[in-house]
Write a protein that binds this ligand. Structure first.
Ligand SMILES: [Zn+2]
Length: 115
């Protein structure tokens, strides 16, 4: 069997090498397409990365304000308008806000707890 001068490989060996390299390229390409698709889905949704709530399920206005990075007054207005769900056991008292309600409000999405 003649050996190729440049690679010191036979033609069948060169073909096998080419086929292996082609298969590797196709695999990398498929992976790249998958990554691009996932990135596009995340970026087009416009969803912010979830922030840690330090394990808090129920928050007062100050805690909720920190969690979503909005001014407490903004939260109070939304609570009083009923846009943000919260419980106020005592009239004009402290609000208790569930993390799911807060998350839905920030995302402008229907609340999973209240429909
Ligand atoms: Zn709710």
């Amino acid at each position: 069997m003649a050996r190729h001068d440049d690679f010191n490989l036979t033609v069948p060996e060169l073909r096998a090498l080419r086929d292996a390299a082609t298969a590797a390229l196709i695999a990398i390409d498929a992976r790249l397409i998958d990554v691009e698709r996932r990135l596009a889905a995340i970026e087009s949704s416009g969803r912010p990365e979830p922030r840690p709530s330090n394990g808090l399920i129920w928050m007062n206005t100050a805690q909720a304000s920190k969690f979503v990075g909005k001014h407490p007054t903004t939260l109070l207005k939304a609570l009083e308008a009923g846009e943000l769900h919260g419980h106020q056991p005592v009239p004009r008292g402290r609000w208790a806000i569930h993390v799911d309600c807060l998350d839905a409000w920030v995302r402008h999405e229907p609340c999973p707890r209240h429909g």
